[in-house]
Design a protein around this ligand. Structure first.
Ligand code: NAD
Length: 318
């Protein structure tokens, strides 16, 4: 029986000429997610229960019970960065190696975050929708230059956003308790702030670039929203669970902050009739942060290489 590799992300197929060959050359049979959408736990188990030694995973769920049922699984390669869909502790206990495609999509996500800042500050989506409905209504916006940009999470993406903020003439502050790249701060004239509350209070634009974990869940909530300026814009290109959406709805309806723009949501896609999505001062894009030709190619290549390296490592340890 040939060992198999399951590939779940839809956009991975754009680069199958190169990547499938890399896997096949090493003797692996490929199983694809051909559903055209994110797989459910049951669907993953259905395909990966037997003989699947490696998975290249998108945002599809890999909780403990799925990992336990995939008896031959030795390595999981994340097609992207955020690993909140994988039970990392259980994988470690089961001896399954896991690696993400670090840095492959940081520029794409950073560019989207900056795009969302302009979209919010200048009301670009609602202004465009108005004109397309043959209206000519204008809402006054504000310039980003000289405004305070607060970046929560100064990793690969946060740093790319920070650099671009400096390039736009913004005053940039990073909040990240684990930040150690002090040369970067000096080079780009960026402040590091130790208190989250200080960044929230002083920023005109707040952009989230931290992972979704038990600790960061609901980081933006009624209390933290209350600290922000009434004119502030919140940008979230990281994960939906970082924001308490009921509290954000209240803040946007009652003008506690000016606007929010997200590329991620608690449920993707959101349910019909979702009240937050319907608000004019809330922008939502369909998780397109990493969806560029450049990032997709890098993610496909690196996640394939990572999977092959992990499987080779496992083979050597046998
Ligand atoms: P990264 O690991 O390089 O950076 C994350 C940073 O967050 C680290 O510097 C870490 O120290 C910091 N951090 C951790 N906990 C924190 C806390 N409580 N407060 C402040 N900072 C904290 O990851 P990255 O490549 O920059 O990606 C960031 C996130 O963006 C990912 O976790 C993922 O969820 C999201 N993402 C979204 C898309 C998209 O398509 N929209 C694409 C890629 C990544």
């Amino acid at each position: 029986m040939r060992e198999k590799v399951l590939i779940t992300p839809k956009s991975f197929k754009n680069y199958k000429n190169k990547t499938y060959k890399m896997l096949q050359d090493k003797g692996y049979e490929i199983i694809e997610n051909d559903l055209g959408r994110t797989m459910t736990e049951e669907e993953i188990v259905g395909l990966a229960q037997k003989d699947v030694v490696g998975i290249i995973i998108g945002v599809d769920p890999l909780p403990a019970n799925v990992l336990e049922q995939c008896k031959s699984l030795r390595a999981i390669s994340k097609y992207g960065v955020g690993m909140d869909n994988i039970d990392l502790n259980r994988a470690r206990e089961l001896g399954i190696l896991v690696k993400n495609a670090v840095g492959t999509n940081s520029i794409s996500v950073a560019e989207l975050a900056i795009g969302l800042m302009f979209a919010s500050a200048r009301h670009i989506p609602s202004a465009t929708a108005g004109v397309k409905a043959y209206g000519w209504e204008r809402s006054i916006g504000f310039e980003l230059m000289n405004k305070n940009l607060g970046i929560i999470g100064g990793g690969q993406i946060g740093k790319e956003v920070a650099k671009r903020g400096v390039g736009l003439g913004m005053k940039v502050t990073i909040y990240d308790p684990y930040f150690t790249d002090f040369k970067f701060l000096e080079k780009y004239n960026i402040q590091l702030e130790e208190e989250l509350s200080e960044v929230l209070k002083s920023s005109d634009v707040i952009s989230l670039h931290l992972p979704a974990t038990e600790q960061t869940k609901g980081l933006i909530n009624a209390e933290t929203l209350k600290l922000m300026k009434r004119t502030a814009i919140l940008i979230n290109t990281s994960r939906g669970t970082l924001v308490d959406e009921a509290a954000l709805y209240d803040a946007l309806v009652n003008q506690k902050i000016a606007a929010a723009a997200q590329d991620v949501y608690s449920v993707e896609p959101p349910e019909q009739g979702d009240q937050l999505v319907a608000l004019p001062n809330f922008i939502l894009t369909p998780h397109i942060g990493a969806y560029t030709y450049e990032a997709v190619e890098r993610m496909a290549m690196i996640s394939t290489e990572n999977l092959l390296n992990m499987l080779a490592q496992k083979e050597m340890a046998k």
